[in-house]
Write a protein that binds this ligand. Structure first.
Ligand SMILES: Nc1nc2c(c(=O)[nH]1)N[C@H]1C(S)=C(S)[C@@H](COP(=O)(O)OP(=O)(O)OC[C@H]3O[C@@H](n4cnc5c(=O)[nH]c(N)nc54)[C@H](O)[C@@H]3O)O[C@H]1N2
Ligand SMILES: Nc1nc2c(c(=O)[nH]1)N[C@H]1C(S)=C(S)[C@@H](COP(=O)(O)OP(=O)(O)OC[C@H]3O[C@@H](n4cnc5c(=O)[nH]c(N)nc54)[C@H](O)[C@@H]3O)O[C@H]1N2
Ligand code: SF4
Ligand SMILES: [Mo]
Length: 738
């Protein structure tokens, strides 16, 4: 008789990690059900989610990579031979050793993606190996907000959106209806049914905006101006929080002077928003109640405007007293368990190796020097940010070092949990750079277009096959996840085992004491006084929120804790940023330059936003799924009815979108949004089509990043953020059939 058991595990098809119960027979999952006993459980989330039931299919999908594969023939030829893990690891280790001897350890780069995986083992390996060149998506996701909140408020914050205590809610450049179909989104729906004002700032009337009591549709990239306009009204109408400003803020007089010119009339012209709406929004933000604000990728991906926008929003919170206040936001705590910065072992990398970082001389904040200077502030209250994330190398510098050997040759790349040919900016540049390498290793579930260019594809263990401990980069005292249901199928392994095995081969053995990821998680949790087994029972570790910490008395000094900034106060005027060449106060930057003559000859210029999230896909994932493809078969370009009519387009027409960077093809979908804008989906590829170069499963057809650019010269000056939202483009009928 087949032995059957019930195993607890988690879905990992979005960051929410719903608990699941797996029926396991002979080491195989034979059935799945929601697990009501573990965090996070919400019956409605699971009912509304189309992804979780596909877990079993993904576990044994014919598209999955099950064994280590080595390239035979030309790079990108799509021909592979099966090798053992030992052969692959030995060869990779010896090739890396040779390259490092010739060029130095900085010749190895890594590329990572969204929050799909446990990344600290990669960082630990790189720190011990001596390479500062990890590329991430940090500059355009989450990271600008962490930087600006930390420098303005002393640390990272989390919105405290709660129908029982929030007096008003702002959602700014985020669309949880598509990007976070979880209980958070359900709490937004329930708020929209009360008389709590819900303000959504988004150039598109998203499903989220449809629930708003006030929808503001700014021109892309003008959010800093809008935020300064709200501050102008709040000060002019004397609606700011006098007590909080006097006691806890630095530089209020300078701020008043700075925002004086951002009158509703001026802001209305710049942002394309009616004056009355600006004034109403300012009054809603500054009511006699806590006001919560959550921002998203809409304002993370606006190039030069990213830092000033996040600074302006932090200041908006501060002048209204909405800092570390229940119903507004929580300044999070350092974790009780081993924080990311220790797990990644960034303090073990030598100053000589840090000094080889490509960012030096380009992005003074997103660099080891910037990190070290900021750390002095945050450590006043015992908190250290995760270093690797906030120092990640700028992709354009890494791609160019691969192609030109300047300032030094980068000859090897290990890609983990990302698909840069679809998700990094400037696909043509990424392609050329990957083709030029001596060694490309990809850790993946699938033979993605990126993996098709590799020397080795190594099969990663995924959801249900590996334990999870999701820890928010270590900036908050919470973690969630759970055990694996089964051992990995076939020869798949956890990414952790890859880095550990490679590390051991490179002489790092003493730093990899734990043979399994479970043991490593158990060690991580030890200082919090809980066991891995205890954690797996509940799926959640957290400490209750404690608000108003700045006013509490620090027993060591007898004084209030204050904020972990240069001045100990909220820095409306930054004393820190000018020390590394930044601005005291947020100044909106010129938006993207106009198109070149060549592109313009094809039509009237419009403004392009790329990558707004849609269900059921997730970045470049789930395009294998037949049902998803049936329900959403075509890559769409959204525009307003007026814009479409003015261009002579009908619903469903095949069109080409062109920027100075390149072209991509879409189908017209009209929707309510600002006129003169086009919004294209991202991530589109066709796993069912031909693999290998040149087609690479159709990545040259409707891939939004054929249209984008990450050139550092046009990026944000402190962090290097490039532009995904607010790019000049032209749009015309496609002459080719798709
Ligand atoms: N289904 C699905 N869910 C996902 C993902 C996915 O790919 N698919 N990705 C995950 C990831 S990695 C992330 S980072 C999160 C992102 O989560 P969100 O931040 O909610 O993601 P977006 O849908 O990109 O929302 C950005 C919104 O900003 C608007 N916008 C564009 N430009 C501007 C601008 O200049 N100003 C303002 N105010 N708004 C602007 C867009 O119209 C869009 O509605 O989602 C996660 N969830
Ligand atoms: N134009 C444009 N570009 C964008 C964005 C945009 O809005 N517009 N958004 C940006 C943002 S916010 C983000 S976060 C990125 C997302 O960029 P990516 O993270 O590159 O996107 P995904 O398609 O989710 O790629 C993840 C890949 O990792 C694999 N994978 C998943 N889990 C694991 C794991 O545990 N281990 C391993 N080894 N592999 C795994 C999946 O099979 C998949 O191929 O895209 C960015 N790019
Ligand atoms: S919301 Fe859906 S996709 Fe996300 S973890 Fe839960 S079940 Fe999986
Ligand atoms: Mo992201």
């Amino acid at each position: 008789m087949v032995e059957s058991r019930i195993a607890k595990s988690n879905c990992h098809f979005c960051g929410y990690l719903c608990g699941l119960e797996a029926t396991v027979e002979d080491g195989r999952v034979t059935a799945l059900a929601p697990d009501p006993t573990r965090y996070p459980y919400d019956e409605n989330v699971l009912k509304g989610c189309r992804r979780w039931q596909t877990n079993m299919e993904v576990l044994d999908s014919p598209y999955r990579v099950n064994h280590p594969l080595r390239r035979v023939g030309e790079r990108g030829s799509g021909k592979w031979e099966r090798v053992t893990w030992e052969e692959a690891l030995d060869d990779i280790a010896s090739r890396l050793e040779k390259l490092a001897t010739e060029y130095g350890p900085q010749t190895l780069a890594t590329a990572i993606g969204g929050p799909h995986a446990t990344f600290w083992p990669l960082h630990r390996f790189m720190n011990l190996f001596g390479s500062p060149n990890n590329m991430g998506i940090g500059q355009i996701c989450w990271n600008p907000r962490i930087w600006m909140d930390a420098l303005t408020l002393g640390w990272s914050i989390e919105a405290d959106i709660d129908p029982n205590r929030s007096g008003a809610v702002f959602l700014w450049g985020t669309n949880p209806a598509q990007s976070d179909n979880s209980s958070f989104w359900r709490s937004i729906i329930s708020i929209s049914k009360t008389d709590i004002p819900l303000v959504v700032v988004d150039p598109r009337k998203t499903r989220t905006a449809a629930h708003a009591s006030l929808w503001l549709a700014p021109n892309p990239g003008t959010d800093c101006t809008l935020a300064l306009g709200l501050i102008n009204v709040i000060i002019a109408e004397d609606r700011y929080d006098h007590d909080f400003v006097e006691r806890w803020c630095h530089g209020f007089d300078d701020l008043c002077e700075h925002v004086a010119g951002y009158t509703p009339a001026y802001v209305s012209r710049e942002c394309g928003i009616p004056i009355d709406d600006i004034v109403t929004a300012a009054r809603i933000f500054s009511g006699d109640y806590p006001c919560a604000l959550l921002s998203g990728r809409g304002i993370d991906q606006v190039g030069p405007n990213v830092a000033p926008t996040h600074r302006a929003l932090a200041i908006l919170r501060a002048v209204t007293g909405n800092v570390d206040r229940a119903g507004a936001c929580l300044i999070t705590e350092m974790s009780d368990y081993v924080p990311e910065v220790m797990l990644e072992m960034s303090d073990w990398m030598t100053p000589e190796h840090k000094a080889m970082q490509l960012n030096i001389g380009h992005t003074p904040l997103q660099s080891y020097d910037g990190f070290a200077a900021a750390r002095i502030c945050t450590e006043k209250l015992g908190r250290t940010l995760p270093a690797r994330y906030l120092t990640s190398a700028h992709p354009s510098l890494v791609w160019k070092a691969m192609l030109t050997g300047e300032p030094y040759p980068v000859r090897a790349l290990i890609v983990m949990a990302t698909n840069p040919l679809l998700t990094y900016a400037d696909t043509h540049l990424v392609y050329e750079a990957l083709q030029s390498l001596d060694l490309l290793v990809v850790l993946e579930y699938y033979r993605t277009p990126t993996a098709q260019l590799a020397d080795y594809i190594l099969p990663s263990a995924g959801a249900l096959e590996r334990p999870l401990f999701q820890a928010h980069g270590g900036v908050a005292n919470m973690g969630y996840g759970g055990p694996r249901a089964v051992e990995p199928y076939y020869e798949r392994r956890t990414d952790y085992e890859f880095w550990r095995e490679l590390g051991i081969r490179m002489g790092q053995g003493e730093y990899w004491p734990d043979a399994t990821l479970e043991e490593a998680f158990a060690r991580t949790l030890e200082p919090a006084g809980v066991s891995w087994e205890w954690f797996c029972e509940t799926g959640l570790y957290y400490q209750p929120a404690d608000f108003g910490k700045h006013a509490q008395i620090n027993p060591a000094t007898g004084e209030p804790f204050g904020f972990a900034t240069t001045t100990g106060k909220v820095e409306l005027v930054s004393e820190f940023l000018p020390t590394i060449g930044g601005e005291r106060l947020p100044v909106p930057k010129q938006r993207a330059e106009a198109l070149s003559r060549k592109s313009l000859s094809k039509g009237e210029p419009l403004t392009l936003i790329t990558g707004a999230r849609m269900q059921p896909y997730y970045a470049s994932c789930y395009f294998h799924n037949k049902n998803f493809r049936k329900s959403h078969p075509k890559p769409l370009a959204e525009m307003s009815v007026t814009t479409a009519a003015s261009l002579g387009f009908n619903e469903g027409d095949a069109i080409t979108v062109a920027t100075d960077k390149g072209e991509a093809r879409y189908f017209v979908a009209t929707t309510e949004m600002k006129d003169g804008l086009v919004g294209v989906e991202y991530g589109w590829w066709y796993p069912e089509e031909e693999e290998g170069t040149p087609e690479l499963n159709g990545i040259w057809r409707s891939n939004a990043n054929l249209l984008t650019d990450c050139d550092i010269a046009s990026g944000e000056e402190m962090i290097g953020t490039w532009t995904y939202n607010g790019i000049p483009c032209v749009v015309y009928h496609s002459d080719r059939i798709q």
